[in-house]
Write a protein that binds this ligand. Structure first.
Ligand code: G3D
Ligand code: MG
Length: 180
């Protein structure tokens, strides 16, 4: 009974945290999105060295969100964050047409990784406020999202500066972890 009591107490004190990682190329808006989730306002960011981690609670569901640096030199170590990740948020700068092929390669590389076999993928088509940005449907096509059958995925248009599209993203994330 002692053990049962302790186990119950532990569950009550440490509610389940769902691990989320935010990935994407440098300058996509990852850090801005992380802090927009938290504070609902834009904060000044500088290129992420290493990682930022914050807890985000959506109506009693707790996410532990890791924002990982996206510079080329750091991308090689993304995999070290994969273990136990339930949701991958892939942030795309919707104006950066040239580097979409790089994003596509990184995405498909992630999908093939064994530690992410059960993860759900949220693709954020960020910077929708900017002139000439690609739509979520166009991003979807460039990244060949329709070919993904191994993972649950969702594409969402957003603007990290205003927060538009982010509440809907959190709702989808919550629906994924509740479904599991
Ligand atoms: P990263 O963490 O993916 O590297 P950051 O990206 O969050 O540091 O953002 C990189 C730059 O893009 C920042 O501008 C940030 O303000 C800008 N940005 C992020 N999201 C949006 C968006 O939705 N719309 C627009 N217009 N800009 C955005 P600076 O000028 O600080 O480099
Ligand atoms: Mg950053």
């Amino acid at each position: 009974w002692g053990i049962l009591f302790c186990a119950t107490l532990t569950c009550l004190t440490f509610p389940t945290e769902h691990k989320v990682i935010i990935v994407g190329l440098d300058n996509a808006g990852k850090t801005t999105i992380l802090y927009q989730f938290l504070t609902k306002e834009a904060v000044h960011t500088s290129p992420t060295i290493g990682s930022n981690v914050e807890q985000i609670t959506v109506r009693k569901t707790h996410f532990l969100v890791w924002d990982i640096g996206g510079q080329e030199s750091l991308r090689a170590s993304w995999y070290s964050y994969y273990c136990n990740t339930e949701i991958v948020i892939l942030v795309v700068d919707s104006t950066d047409r040239e580097r979409l092929t790089v994003t596509k390669e990184e995405l498909h590389r992630m999908l093939a990784h064994e530690d992410l076999q059960n993860a759900a993928i949220l693709i954020l088509a960020n910077k929708q406020d900017m002139k000439g940005s690609l739509t979520a449907a166009e991003i979807s096509q460039c990244l060949t999202l329709d070919s993904i059958t191994s993972h649950s995925w969702h594409v969402q248009a957003c603007c990290a500066l205003t927060g538009e599209g982010l509440p809907a993203s959190l709702d989808w994330m919550k629906s994924r972890v509740v479904a599991n």
